[in-house]
Design a protein around this ligand. Structure first.
Ligand SMILES: Cc1ncc(COP(=O)(O)O)c(C=O)c1O
Length: 325
């Protein structure tokens, strides 16, 4: 299976490093822990969307577009990286954020503004309606907007994580390492779709386990599998069957998206204080909380090697200060 990758623009520092989490591993009395540092992709504090944006921006430029338009939560890491990518390529950027403008402009929202994005709030309206209106307004003044879906999760964006899996396999091979589990935060499914398709293409033998931050396992798994299959077609591959590779755990949804639980807090504190690594309260803190809990339940034991794929997000931390301390 040889995928044909479309054009991409350089935005990320790649390959991202793999570090060991020996102190956390010892503390938990659990498996050998590795961490893949996609929080260090480098684009205005980095994160997983940078890999997706390398392909999305290339597609926007190929279509002659001059303005990126996307959507997300008020503290969206995706919107912040999109704004940074637009700045790097001299494109305009508009972001449609769910809800109302908060009293304080901090975290990713502050960075959206600093990066020059035009910020629109849905203010109780339907997000796709606001997105449609922003696109229409831009067209009416002669701009050529390029819409990017929530999380950059379409076949173009997911391609970034197919390539990320190729990168990981190369790193593991060079170190002669096998990994039993890859654990990461999953939400709009693009990262998971790319990773499972990459696992299939490049022969990863372990399990790819997405910890859902906001969706029931069944719907996220269905969505990720469909996106993986569509991405395979996009890359010129014959029909692939990856449904069996999509594993989603939704035990850690707690009180919902961006509602910080005791386990999220513990995971953030342990990773910061034992390893000097910052997680975020919405995605990676929740995924690490899941990993820690799975060690405590005995799902991951000393015989396993587990790689935590850090997908970024620490830029959101200031917006959650009262929930974290
Ligand atoms: C820090 C972080 N981790 C993980 C994710 C989830 O990635 P995906 O939407 O591709 O499932 C996101 C999405 O916004 C994110 O910002």
């Amino acid at each position: 299976m040889n995928p044909t990758f479309p054009a991409r623009v350089p935005l990320a520092y790649l390959p991202t490093p793999i570090d060991r989490l020996d102190r956390l591993s010892r503390h938990l009395g659990g498996p050998e822990l590795l961490i893949k540092r996609d929080d260090q992709t480098g684009l205005a504090t980095g994160g997983n969307k940078t890999r997706k944006l390398e392909f999305l921006v290339a597609d926007a430029l190929a279509q002659g577009c001059d303005h990126l338009v996307t959507t997300g939560a008020p503290q969206s890491n995706h919107c912040r990286q999109t704004a940074a990518a637009a700045a790097r390529y001299g494109l305009g950027c508009s972001v449609v954020l769910r809800g109302n403008a908060p009293a304080e402009t901090t975290g990713n929202l502050l960075l959206d503004h600093l990066l020059g994005a035009h910020v629109h709030w849905t203010d109780g309206r339907d997000g796709s309606e606001v997105m449609g209106r922003v696109l229409a307004e831009l067209r009416s003044v002669g701009r050529r907007p390029y819409p990017i879906p929530l999380g950059g999760s379409n076949v173009i964006g997911a391609t970034g994580y197919v390539l990320a899996m190729q990168e990981l396999m190369g790193q593991l091979e060079a170190e002669r390492l096998n990994v039993d589990f890859i654990v990461f935060a999953s939400s709009s499914g693009g990262t998971q779709a790319g990773l499972v398709l990459g696992a299939d293409i490049y022969g990863f033998r372990g399990q790819v386990l997405g910890i859902s931050v906001d969706h029931p396992a069944e719907s996220l798994a269905t969505q990720s599998a469909a996106l993986a299959t569509a991405t395979a077609t996009h890359l010129g591959l014959e029909t692939v069957s990856v449904g069996h590779l999509v594993n989603v755990n939704d035990d850690y949804l707690g009180e919902g998206y961006a509602r910080v639980s005791e386990l999220d807090r513990e995971a953030i504190a342990l990773t910061a204080q034992l390893e000097g690594i910052l997680l975020d309260p919405v995605y990676t803190g929740r995924a690490m909380g899941g990993l820690i809990d799975l060690v405590r339940w005995g799902a991951f034991t000393r015989r396993h090697r587990v790689l935590f794929w850090h997908t970024g997000g620490s830029a959101a931390l200031p917006a959650f200060s009262t929930k974290l301390l």
